[in-house]
Design a protein around this ligand. Sequence first.
Ligand SMILES: [Zn+2]
Length: 71
Amino acid sequence: MTFTAGGCRDLRHHMNNPKVIEAFGKLISGRSGYMPIIEKRQEQLICSDCKHALIGDEKFCPECGAKVEKK
Ligand SMILES: [Zn+2]
């Protein structure tokens, strides 16, 4: 039997979902429609394979062709 390593429980994954952000805003403000400002750090994305610097919207590394994993 094969088990896939988890990763579905990483909450940061959901922070890209506007509905989750809005629900989170309701939760902390008691109001609907409140959009909490979630700090987004500008991190330099690099290819996990060859460490080539990426702009951030590549799907594949231009240097080695590895798939770029979005956080
Ligand atoms: Zn690469």
